[in-house]
Design a protein around this ligand. Structure first.
Ligand SMILES: [Mg+2]
Length: 212
């Protein structure tokens, strides 16, 4: 039986740190300045505060300010120069094609952004489904809600799922639900809830033989 691969997007399938994340952070700070009438320093502080307290700036905005999530996600994820901002491994598509079994995308980002990134990376056709923040009622990972939603929607046995992620917190939830876990990281060491640690997607090929 082939496994089901569940992939995170940012810093898993592409490198978000050079351009994408700084751009989103700036856009969120600007959004808070405009919508809440704050200066830049206060807006930036609030963005970080909500991110630390709730795992996502949006969660804090919805909770404390009644922010419309669709309005927020649309205005904070605009990428007129996406092609120039994306950084990814040259062999990405080839590496994914070599993996047996279906692939599902599971991101804390919004629909329109995830769709645009997958298309630009040239891998959109490789995914059986795309689970965005909208799909899971704005309850971002590591909340178990989205993981359970995917298992239920696709009638998956957790033990046949392999979650591939750069966030250790998200892998903790995946493991607790019975999934296998792959941590994409440049760091050393490996928490008990991580089954495999790799540096890039190309290295997934060596895991395939161990999936029994
Ligand atoms: Mg990520």
């Amino acid at each position: 039986m082939s496994p089901t691969w569940i992939f995170d997007l940012d810093n898993t399938l592409h490198h978000a740190n050079p351009h994408i994340f700084p751009h989103i952070n700036r856009a969120m700070t600007q959004y808070l300045q405009q919508e809440l009438n704050l200066d830049e320093t206060a807006a930036n502080q609030l963005r970080l505060d909500y991110w630390q307290r709730y795992g996502a700036t949006l969660s804090g905005l919805m909770r404390h300010h009644g922010t419309d999530p669709e309005h927020f996600l649309w205005h904070t994820h605009q990428f007129p120069a996406l092609a120039h901002m994306l950084r990814s491994d040259r062999a990405l598509r080839h590496s994914l094609l070599r993996l047996p079994g279906q692939k599902i995308l599971f991101t804390n980002g919004p629909d329109h952004y995830a769709d645009a990134v997958l298309r630009q990376l040239g891998i959109a056709d490789l995914f059986a489904d795309m689970i965005s923040l909208q799909s899971i009622r704005y309850r971002p990972k590591p909340d178990p809600y989205g993981f359970r939603y995917i298992l239920h929607k696709h009638r998956l046995r957790p033990a046949r799922c392999v979650m591939v992620e750069d966030s250790a917190d998200n892998l903790f939830t995946a493991k607790r639900l019975g999934m296998r876990t792959v941590w994409i990281t440049g760091s050393h060491g490996r928490p008990a809830y991580v089954d495999w640690r790799i540096r890039k997607i190309a290295e997934l090929a060596r895991i395939v033989g161990q999936l029994r």
